[in-house]
Design a protein around this ligand. Structure first.
Ligand code: HXC
Length: 278
């Protein structure tokens, strides 16, 4: 579907790009010709991923170790990312999350998630946007959301608060920065198995039900996410601004729709409910 040079000439920075969804998106970006930069907290992990993706793309992948909760460190990250030439795309992928009963959370636990997802995303977006505006350079910000930005969700309340904020950032800046040539878009992925998310969010006793749930009866494939991200950051999507594409096989609608539980009815029960002829 894509031209092999779809992202040729695009310099793309992915936060949390060393592992998980960030790495999968990065892989597709380099396959499609992009110049990739990745940042994250763990230098050895970044280096390993950079070597792997560098081999696929046939050019070096830049790495920068940073905790995006620190705004001054984020500023230094962007100085580095923009040093050679401006980046064209920022992917706000870095996240932190765990399941817990909300009343058991300490303030530090709440801050840990909000600090990464809400503040960190804000710092990165601001630091890139300032530089783009000053250089009169076009840019794209792609942020990773979750369906609970709209619906809320028990047991991941700080993450839901933070993702709702990132949705507001995406919509707000679409209007404010659109005239400056900066698009802000988002993806809401359903379950795409990653070590980080599965360890923290999917209790072993519920893994099978979770993995086979949803209208499609399966989880997402990372390549599917990589393709969507590539399209949204590419010039093919130049008129998409301020919106979010959900890629979850319809799972969040199943959770939200009032009669989803009827999927459990037997054929006999359906037949019994039909009006009798005559
Ligand atoms: C209760 C917890 C906890 C848990 C940590 N804390 N885990 N409280 N239940 N399971 C508390 C700690 O006790 C501490 O508070 C505070 O949170 C900070 O913990 P630290 O370990 O010191 O913080 P830090 O090392 O910065 O780790 C941040 C983190 C961690 C968010 C807690 O999980 C992390 O680094 N995650 C990054 C990767 C990740 O989460 N990936 C999944 C993203 S998936 P006290 O008061 O005790 O000091 C996602 C979307 C999912 O976002 C959508 C699925 C469909």
């Amino acid at each position: 579907m894509f031209q092999p040079d779809l992202l040729k000439g695009k310099r793309i920075l992915v936060t949390g790009g060393g592992t998980g969804l960030g790495k999968s998106m990065g892989r597709r970006f380099v396959e499609l010709g992009a110049e990739l930069l990745i940042c994250g907290r763990r230098e050895p992990v970044l280096k390993e991923t950079a070597a792997e993706l560098g081999r696929i793309g046939g050019r070096p992948v830049g790495t920068y170790a940073v905790d995006i909760r620190d705004p001054e460190a984020v500023d230094r990250l962007m100085d580095w990312a923009f040093a050679e030439r401006p980046i064209d795309v920022l992917v706000n992928n870095a996240a932190g999350n765990f399941i817990a009963k909300t009343e058991t959370l300490s303030p530090r636990a709440m801050d840990a998630v909000l600090g990464i997802v809400l503040h960190g995303t804000g710092y990165c977006t601001l630091a890139a946007g300032k530089r783009w505006i000053e250089a009169k350079h076009k840019g794209v910000v792609l942020s990773i959301l979750a369906s609970y930005a709209w619906t809320g969700s028990p047991y991941v309340v700080p993450s839901a608060m933070a993702k709702a904020g990132v949705l507001a950032l995406t919509r707000s800046l679409a209007v404010e920065w659109g005239p400056k040539g900066i698009r802000t878009v988002a993806i809401s992925p359903g379950p795409f198995p990653t070590k980080g998310a599965w360890e923290r969010l999917v209790p072993a006793s519920m893994a099978e039900r979770w993995e086979k749930g949803g209208p499609m009866g399966r989880v997402g494939e990372h390549a599917e996410l990589g393709n969507l991200a590539s399209y949204l950051v590419s010039d093919m999507a130049a008129y998409i601004n301020g919106d979010c594409v959900t890629i979850d096989g319809g799972r969040w609608l199943q959770g939200a729709s009032m009669f989803s539980h009827l999927a459990g009815l037997t054929e006999d029960e359906w037949a019994a409910m039909r009006p009798k002829k005559g």
